[in-house]
Design a protein around this ligand. Structure first.
Ligand code: PMP
Length: 424
């Protein structure tokens, strides 16, 4: 069925897990949206590089120089992967959360940040800091309404720097957001845009040049490179004008004692300004390896395969009348391989636990660190749990307080989707 693209080899595909029945089955990871398994290729690249690992930037030895080259080459690979325009920069971070907190820390004082309330908490919360104002926009029910809501908010916003933070694809519904349209509207009204590509980049080509966004953030561990690195890439001006996100070695060009008994510091510009301390070279190298692997496999082929699996998943779930699939924009709206649902008469946490214990399938249940969105989708107003996980179980038959999420990607074989549908 997928002659054009076989699943890419990933780790963990042959791991056997025990079931309550006493049998063992191979683990079916359907939780890619939380963390995707490493591509075998990424693992191999990291293993091949590990013997040559050395400190970067400040070492005179051969392996330090080699590591520095690989680290800086990784930056260029990521820049190519994102189709970054000239003059933009790639800063290596720990994750999307870290990238967005970095951006929040460098915004000019008085910046107004706009975010739809439907965002992941990583896109909702970093802006709640002194010197910034946050405007939360209500959940839109169509892409067009999203653009209209943004335009209305920008038309009535006071003068001053503005930033829209928006996701490329929802971590709850998988729905793809109208990024080019939102960016065009934002720019027309004097706002910049940061794209949270945590869920989009693993599934679709993200071209900063074509989308027009000013910054993009993503995580290695969702892009088949689970080695603790993330990326913030984009325009240099605000990054170079701000105090470093992390102060320390590497961020500073010169440090000297001054006459008042303190020190004066001249900070670096460019990515080093915000990457103080010894960077996660292996993580950056792994991200670059994943970027290369995905580019070589080709997003066209990967997407074609993923959309076939998605169509099968949706058709299978549609045969189960108790299942309600969640979405803001309607069934026909395009999504990536991320889908959340509730099952009438079932507590979502129990349902997910049964998928694991009886079928060896790993999904996620809860509110997915997007409490306002999931509450809107479930039509509820109850207090959410304090963390990203599940609230107290409701009784069978009660309205769901949380949902089940199934998500997959480049390594998913057909059998995982079939097993999941059989189990449901
Ligand atoms: N944004 C979105 C859309 C996400 O799905 C996630 C992770 N679930 C994040 C941001 C945060 O990513 P990380 O945990 O890697 O920082």
């Amino acid at each position: 069925a997928h002659a054009d693209c076989a699943p890419l080899p990933v780790l963990g595909q042959t791991v056997e897990v025990p079931l309550v029945s006493g049998e063992k089955v191979t683990y079916a990871a359907l939780d890619y949206a939380a963390s995707a398994p490493a591509l075998q290729r990424v693992w191999d690249d990291v293993a091949a590089y590990a013997p040559y690992y050395g400190s970067v930037h400040r070492g005179a030895g051969y392996l330090s120089q080699l590591s520095t080259d690989l680290f800086e080459q990784s930056r260029r690979t990521v820049a190519d992967f994102l189709d970054l325009p000239e003059g933009h920069q790639v800063v290596f971070t720990r994750s999307t959360t870290d990238s967005l907190n970095l951006l929040a820390a460098v915004l000019p004082a008085g910046t107004r940040v706009l975010a739809f309330e439907t965002e992941h908490h990583a896109s909702l919360l970093p802006w709640r800091r002194d010197g910034l104002t946050t405007t939360y926009l209500p959940a839109p029910r169509s892409p067009r309404q999203a653009v209209e809501t943004l335009v209305t908010a920008l038309q009535t916003a006071p003068e001053g720097p503005k930033l829209l933070c928006v996701t490329g694809a929802s971590n709850v519904t998988g729905e793809i957001w109208p990024i080019a349209e939102l960016t065009e509207a934002a720019h027309r009204h004097g706002a910049r845009v940061v794209l949270d590509a945590a869920q989009l980049a693993p599934h679709q080509r993200v071209s900063v040049r074509e989308l027009g966004v000013d910054w993009v953030a993503f995580s290695g561990h969702k892009l088949y490179a689970p080695f603790g690195a993330g990326v913030l890439a984009g325009r240099s001006d605000w990054l170079d004008a701000a105090e470093p996100y992390l102060a320390g070695g590497g961020a500073s060009r010169t440090v000297a004692r001054d006459d008042d008994g303190g020190v004066t510091v001249e900070w670096n510009s460019g990515p080093a300004r915000h990457e103080a301390g010894s960077p996660n070279v292996i993580g950056a190298y792994a991200v670059a390896s994943a970027c290369r692997a995905l580019a070589e496999a080709g997003f066209e082929a990967l997407e074609a395969r993923e959309q076939q699996l998605l169509a099968r998943l949706r058709a299978g779930l549609a045969e189960v009348p108790e299942v309600q699939v969640l979405g803001l924009f309607g069934d026909a709206h395009p999504t990536v391989g991320v889908l959340s649902f509730v099952v009438r008469g079932w507590n979502s946490s129990h349902f997910a636990a049964a998928l694991s214990a009886e079928y060896g399938i790993g999904v996620r249940d809860g509110l997915f660190c997007a409490h306002p969105l999931v509450r809107t989708l479930l039509g509820g107003t109850e207090d959410a749990p304090s963390e990203c996980g599940a609230p107290e179980p409701s009784l069978p038959g009660e309205r769901s307080l949380n949902a089940i999420r199934v998500s997959f990607g480049a390594g998913t074989p057909d059998e995982h989707i079939e097993r999941f549908l059989g189990a449901v």
